[in-house]
Ligand binder design. Structure first.
Ligand SMILES: [Zn+2]
Length: 451
């Protein structure tokens, strides 16, 4: 078996790994490169392999950096099955539709290329019914695969592929400990080789029990300051988890002070509907609430603003208030309008709740920029910028190491992907140091390894 790393090597986005067995060519993920013009420009490049020669494509989860180029793959000649869970299929469709409308806008305004159209999206959506966790997928010639729950976002999975007498696992993205709604990450089986994400390979999050408390502290601080709490959040999962926590604080703990909270993300509103279609994916606590008829994505004081007019009305509502809007890394979306308006206000707070890729506005703010450019205007940053790692949807270094350690059979070789160089290298060092019989590597983009 051979593996070639065509994306998410020495960086976080653009996940795309080609697996060649004796008889099959299989792709794990086909994601968009994100962050900065150079990276995003690469999405229009021809694939470094012939899509028409692939036998199967597996998509670990719906996030654009994992699923975003699947319709382009079809446009460029792939005609086989795209395997993904039923939840991923629904959420990926929302992501693809959203990408298409952004590409059309960018094409009109900046003459940027459009990578696929509705027809390609329909093909990508239609060429597989969606699979269940643990359903055995038989590709023939003794090659089989299985999706297990990664606990990262709704429908997310890691994949175990059995071929040529070996088992290779691909982590996709792994969830944070005790994340709400989604179930915990399942255990690895008997694995020979592992491709593991390393987004937070060099970091530890705040203890997971603190997530609600941290959120409550932020809301209280926002109210005391009398400004606006802006929370850029990924529309899929992060937003729903935050709504879940706020629902808990409001309706169960009764500790959330009264404050108007706006969900200003059409994509998150659509994604919330998908969450309601698949209660079988809920963890115990969410399932219990579902049974009791509690809509855990809604609570008193939450206002949903799907249309542009609804969104504009937020400007006129008095402070303090909280606005949850996409995009999570501030590389687009409605959060930009709010940031432009409220970043110059020292009473306001910007709360970053997820990984911020290099080249994004979120990253510049995270690194302490005093002035940023939004829609061509220079905006002074006087608001307080803060980040909460415990609200991340990614596993931290401890969880990644524990997950590998608890595999039914320790993998002999581990390749750390989906991380910036320092994060991937730190994770590889710790894995080698702490788990005997294991070799760990940080592959280069385009590198092929023989297994
Ligand atoms: Zn992800």
């Amino acid at each position: 078996m051979k593996v070639t790393f065509f994306g998410a090597a020495h960086q976080v986005t653009g996940s795309c790994h080609l697996i060649e067995t004796k008889t099959k060519r299989i792709l794990f993920d086909c994601g968009m490169f994100q962050g900065g013009n150079y990276n995003e420009g690469r999405n229009a490049d021809a694939f470094p392999f012939d899509p028409s020669e692939l036998d199967a494509v597996f998509v670990s989860h719906a996030h654009a950096d994992h699923s975003g180029r699947v319709p382009k793959l079809i446009r460029d000649g792939y005609a086989g099955a795209v395997y993904m869970t039923k939840g991923t299929r629904e959420l990926a469709k929302i992501i693809w539709d959203d990408s298409l409308s952004i590409m059309r806008y960018d094409n009109e305004k900046f003459q940027r290329p459009i990578l696929f159209d509705e027809h390609d999206i329909d093909e990508a959506y239609g060429c597989c019914d969606g699979v269940d966790y643990h359903q055995k997928i038989d590709l023939g010639d003794g090659v089989t695969a299985l999706f297990k729950d990664a606990g990262h976002i709704f429908g997310s999975s890691f994949i175990e592929l059995h071929a040529d007498g070996k088992t290779l696992a691909y982590s996709g993205d792994l969830g944070n400990k005790n994340a709400p709604i989604v179930r915990p990450t399942e255990m690895l089986g008997e694995i020979d080789v592992l491709l593991i994400e390393s987004t937070y390979g060099d970091r530890l999050h705040e203890p997971e029990g603190h997530r609600k408390q941290l959120l409550l502290d932020i809301v209280k601080k926002g109210i005391a300051n009398g400004g606006v709490i802006m929370m850029p959040a990924f529309s899929i999962e992060r937003t729903q988890e935050i709504l879940y926590d706020l629902d808990q604080l409001k309706e169960h703990d009764k500790t959330l002070p009264n404050l108007p909270i706006y969900l200003d993300s059409p994509m998150a509103i659509k994604a919330g509907k998908v969450y309601k279609e698949f209660p079988e994916y809920y963890d115990e606590e969410a399932a219990q609430q579902y049974k009791m008829g509690d809509d855990f994505l809604h609570f008193d004081g939450l206002e949903v603003t799907p249309s542009r007019e609804d969104s504009k009305r937020i400007n006129h509502s008095p402070n303090p208030k909280m606005i949850i809007a996409g995009a999570g890394m501030m590389n687009g979306g409605r959060i930009l309008h709010h940031a432009k308006r409220y970043l110059p206000d020292p009473a306001s707070l910007l709360v970053l709740v997820g990984y911020q890729a290099q080249g994004t506005l979120g990253r510049r703010l995270y690194e302490g920029a005093e002035e940023v450019e939004i829609h061509g205007d220079r905006i002074p940053v006087r608001a307080t910028v803060t980040a909460i790692g415990a609200l991340s949807a990614h596993a931290d270094q401890d969880k990644l190491v524990d997950w590998v350690r608890s595999a039914k059979k320790t993998p002999a070789k581990v390749y750390c992907v989906h991380g910036e160089p320092h994060a991937s290298t730190e994770l590889a060092h710790r894995l080698k140091k702490e788990i005997s019989g294991l070799e760990a590597f940080v592959p280069e983009e385009g590198e092929t390894v023989e297994i």
